[in-house]
Design a protein around this ligand. Structure first.
Ligand code: PEP
Length: 248
């Protein structure tokens, strides 16, 4: 049985004050049985890690450098994130792919750094609207996943989490139907099964794209949807916790 995971990607939102008030609100309210994880901006990671220390809510980073260390101005390494007490790192989010031209091979290199730092990579895959309309969804998401499946060892892959985020559903209010999401999740899991059946049975596949309290339960009850990656709704404690409750 895969325990559901509900992760909040705060993107470039927040302030020191907001981090404290949102996290204190999450901690003070009835925690769901699902695992919760938040991805604040880099600047607030140590504040978040301190506030959440000893709590069941984990802290992740939204990205990391492909390089180990050195002359890479503005970059943050996986080892630095581990040093802060972060447990997960989001990789290949569509906004990184779109605005920073991040490629599958860079996502793989970053995943290797994250794993070397004993952190868990959460690798995002997803098709654009044009790709879906052209009937290329399967091809696109399998190509993105394959880069990671082929580049990592079985032991490394055991730590990887995959997030399916149709680009057309991110921040748009449009959500994949539970059936559309399940279809892609099942396809991704079957690709993993070709590498190793046990790995496919245990790997977590999160759905992301305008998941809200009112649509979360129908998505999360699908057999291959193991949790959610939540953007907008994770900035509101009640909405985030309601999604966590739907994942129980
Ligand atoms: C995301 O940022 O990964 C995301 C899914 O955002 P939203 O929930 O706002 O669509």
């Amino acid at each position: 049985m895969r325990q559901k995971l509900v992760a909040g990607n705060w993107k470039m939102h927040g302030s020191q004050q907001m981090v404290t008030s949102l996290l204190k609100e999450l901690l003070s309210k009835q925690a769901p049985n699902a695992r919760l994880l938040v991805f604040p901006p880099y600047l607030y990671l140590s504040q978040a890690a301190e506030l959440l220390a000893g709590s069941p809510i984990g802290v992740g980073a939204q990205d990391c450098s492909q390089a180990e260390e050195g002359a890479y101005t503005g970059e943050v390494s996986a080892a630095m994130l581990a040093d802060l007490g972060v447990s997960h790192v989001l990789l290949g989010h569509s906004e990184r792919r779109q605005y920073h031209a991040e490629t599958d091979s860079q996502v793989l290199e970053k995943a290797k750094r994250v794993l070397a730092a004993n952190l868990i990579p959460v690798v995002c895959v997803g098709e654009t609207l044009a790709e879906r309309e052209a009937g290329a969804t399967a091809e696109v998401v399998l190509q993105q996943l394959t880069a990671v499946l082929e580049g990592l060892s079985l032991d490394e892959l055991k730590k990887v989490i995959v997030a399916y985020e149709p680009v057309w559903a991110i921040g748009t209010g449009l959500t994949a139907t539970p059936e559309q999401a399940q279809e892609v999740h099942a396809l991704l899991r079957s690709a993993v099964a070709k590498v190793n059946k046990e790995l496919a049975a245990t790997m977590l596949f999160l759905y992301g794209g305008s998941m809200k309290p009112d649509n979360a339960a129908s998505l999360l009850e699908m057999p291959d949807i193991d949790g959610g990656l939540i953007g907008g709704a994770s900035l509101d404690a009640d909405q985030f916790l309601a999604i966590g409750k739907a994942a129980e």
